[in-house]
Design a protein around this ligand. Sequence first.
Ligand code: ADP
Length: 365
Amino acid sequence: MTNEHSDNPPVVKPNEFLLTLELSQMALDSANVGIWVLDALSMKFLPSNRSKILFGFSPQDEISFDDALLKITEKYRRRVLIAVEKAIKLHSNLYIECPIIIPEEKVHRWLSITGGFAASDTTSNYFSGIVADITEQKQNDLRRSKFIGIVSHELKTPLTTLKAYVQMLNSWAQKQKDNFTLGALSKVEKQVKKMLNMINSLLNLSGAEAGKMHLTRQTFSLNELINEVIEETLFVTATHEILFSTSENILINADRDKVEQVLVNLLSNAAKYSNTGTPIEITVELSENKVTVGIRDLGMGIHASEIEKLFLPHYRVEREETEKIKGFGIGLYLCSEIIVRHEGKIWVESVIGGGSIFKFILPLN
Ligand code: ADP
């Protein structure tokens, strides 16, 4: 039997192997991409020369995993460590973007880091991947988001005035018992609410991308907020049944508008990515000093390989089923930024074809 038809891997002669390795190295170097290996047991870190340079070291430097971590800005360091630990523990893929401190460079250098265990060797402890410089792309994103921030801010003022006039006209039409005007105004109000919601998302996006998301904390009832969001969602799109029942009134200290935005985004996604008529369930669990909120749908579900990337800016799953569903890919990124700013946590559990449950934890104080 020839090698081509056997189940054995093709035999590669040593010199062919070296040539393949050299060619791969050349391809990676020309793309300005570095490779690295991390022994998941000893945490011994083996970066290629290009990886060392990308992290701000020289090729001669002997660097440990902690040395590389210390180059990452303080805000992102913990996130990277958690992401790496999680990917190792769950044997999942790693994808993270983070800024690096290079004292002699005016702006932070941004790196994208991907990694995973080799699928062909399930016994290996070697977690490996590639690192690439994405500074230019990040700076373009920043310029674009500054522009979006300015435009959204300018659009918000007239739209808020429009909303106030619609509400005034609404009470006038109610007094007149003018059902035609009431019906028309209700449609205007729905569209104004949709636009305001989009503008608020864009404003938060530009704040988050510039690292300037400010929280205005207040103490409020989470149950009341959830009921308000359900009412608004049903007003704008009454395509699903939304189930929510909780007995205990939960008071939290957080930014009410931003938590509202998280709930609006997760609820509208649950409706967008599941069939009309299927139920959506909201659950709230209180434990010690934190609360966990879950939003479950019976929709299309998300593939395990996509889960790590969902919370990145502008990431959208490209599948036949999602092709016709509109979106910018910023909703989940914003949810994650808002929850992380509150020192909480957000994640998703999902089964393809069986639905998804997005959960987030918020500290009560
Ligand atoms: P958008 O919905 O605008 O594309 P998001 O950031 O809100 O952006 O979501 C990112 C991607 O995550 C979506 O494109 C979609 O593929 C997937 N997604 C989000 N929520 C769900 C859900 N409840 N069920 C299935 N897929 C989802």
